[in-house]
Design a protein. Sequence first.
Length: 513
Amino acid sequence: MKIRPEEISSVIRERIEAFGEVTDVAETGKVVYVGDSIARVYGLSACMAGELVEFPNGVRGLALNLEEDSVGVVIMGEDVGIKEGDTVRRTGRILEIPAGDGFIGRIVDPLGNPLDGRGEVGVQESRVIERVAPGVVWREPVNVPLQTGIKAIDAMTPIGRGQRELIIGDRQTGKTAILLDTILNQHDQDVICIYVAIGQKRSSVARVVKTFEEYGALKYTIIVSADASVPVSLQYIAPYAGCAIGEYFMEQGRDVLVCYDDLSKHAVAYREISLLLRRPPGREAYPGDIFYLHSRLLERAVKLNEEKGGGSLTALPVIETKAGNVAAYIPTNVISITDGQIYLEGNLFYQGVRPAMNVGISVSRVGGKAQNKAMKKVAGSLRIDLAQFRELESFAQFGSDLDAAAQALLARGQRLVELLKQDVYVPVPVNEQIAVVYAGTQGLLDDVRIEDIRLFEVNMLEWLRKNRAELLEELRVKGELTAEIDQKLKTAIREFKQSVFFDKMGRKPVEKK
């Protein structure tokens, strides 16, 4: 058979022309150990800290430990299908989460996957979940109030937009209730709310969702859920994911409220990951960077200046204490990072004081500058009056004879405590709060029986809405307690008390001794 050179050259030419460059260059490694949502991977020598890696079954992992001969990877999902010897590929990308208006009203996991059965979340943008907090030059002072609708908080420990206020207390003392009330109160405040559930029971998360649906709060709220049944890796990234979604709206010039419920469970999840990665344990077996875990998250709460759009991100982290021990490791860490704390005391809770806020320990280091001016004026003596009452109350338990001034202080304090009690999911508008607190601090309730205080408050507000609506509107719009408004308010409350409460309702005033 004769070989013809032109045929060979034509075949070679055709092969060269048809050749497409399909070279797949990727750095890979091998799984040498897997278990408890942790994988050790040999290879990946150029892997970055916090980089996403991909396992054969499509599950992704987060590179946390960069060691000399291996990489410690936290698996973002179930590790059932991953086995020793599997090939792991670098992606070259840092962990991201989708972000956009499509998230509003949805329940998602920390990776942005929907959990509410309503299909995919239609968003185009994505945000890196870990990012550096805005610098000092991009920030401006907190000067706009974020109304919680809770009388005790708005009067004594006000929160400003861009602040970090810690909610701290033992389990079952009403911490989550404060978060829910605050979110419900944003229905007409143009604030996007993000509720991050970390390590909670699914029944608790379902209860929160039902509350939001019942009161119409889901239309401006996003729920990021990493309940107790999901891997600790998802619980670890949950607050950062919620913060990243919030930053998307903040950069558009909007105000955002992010509630982290709770960071105690977040710290426990990170401790579990660290111990599984063989990191050296420190105090209470937490790793050495446990402080940085929360500081880099909460420092992202900010009030941006006008050059950056003027948006804000307010953080309300929750910490659970054990037996009221606020001096434990994690509570003291987070207290030192935040701009104040609202301490809920178990003893007060069991006495029926709801919210069970301890006035002595609770403080807001920033919010006073952002507080409504009228509220600031009427509530000026409230904290001192309550603190003196608590001190005198403990002294009076010994049965000592008290003089008239002490008895008057005790009676005033008892009425103020009753006045600040509030049912859950019933936030009060700030102008109505001002009227209520004004009545208490100005001594207008001193002749009302203690057991009638709650009844007086409800009926007074109803009467004011009906007969003095223009006065309440003036308080809301102006936000200041001028001499004219002061006189009008005092006259209105006295008129209600005498002509309606004592006369028509037939309630008896306190008998003077």
